[in-house]
Write a protein that binds this ligand. Sequence first.
Ligand SMILES: O=P(O)(O)OC[C@@H](O)[C@@H](O)c1c[nH]c2ccccc12
Length: 267
Amino acid sequence: MSDVLDRIAAYKREDVAARKAAVSQDAVEARAREASAPRGFRAALARRFAETGRPALIAEIKKASPSKGLIRADFDPPVLAQAYERGGAACLSVLTDGPSFQGDDAYLTAARAAVALPCLRKDFLVDPWQVAESRALGADCILIIMDMVDDALAAELLTEATRWGMDALIETHDADEMARAAQLVDGRDDALIGVNNRSLRTFEVDLATTEQLAAMSPAGALLVAESGLFTPEDVARVADAGARALLVGESLMRQADVEAATRALLA
Ligand SMILES: O=P(O)(O)OC[C@@H](O)[C@@H](O)c1c[nH]c2ccccc12
């Protein structure tokens, strides 16, 4: 049966084919070489965790989602980026997928230009061409969703990210994906592994996902708890499970005062 993730993968492949037809690998690499230098996404998270002893925040700029519809009408990426930065975020995540999240490539570029924080391009990568494209847009980190790629493609995306000086957040949702992620980063000391508490197929959210998978996360990997975090109690719960960073969108995007909400979540 075709579910949300399968539908996203299908339109992404079409979209990437069209983009590649318009901009060759050589051309996209030329743009990537012109981009402002990577800011060190994983390093910023590790530094913040070391300083505070508490999980570092990756704050997400997200207008809408397939599970929640419109999340924030008053949507100005540079203004939101600055509010997150003042509120204490260590990094940003910016949705660039249009069809499902009402994102845009320009949101990433504009948000990043407004702050000093490293930025994750939050999109669905199905082709190595998108890695250089992400760098060309200014991304400091890409997302590798294990449920969307086979092992060979995951390895290619990770190698390509490293070649461009970017980090890669390797996202898992179950034990099989975590085992594959561990295999993927075997021998590396720079792994960034995420546990998405939300299923991208059913949209069900359960913070126990982080608790269950944390123990399987490879030694030395920096563990990111993703999705469904609303309160300082939620933060404490995933911190106890071993998360050194948090990826939070909706609960902050729904607040009128994003800076105050960011501060309150981290308090
Ligand atoms: O809005 P939330 O529940 O705080 O979740 C943020 C982030 O984890 C979520 O947007 C996300 C995690 N992995 C993804 C992959 C694709 C799109 C979106 C996501």
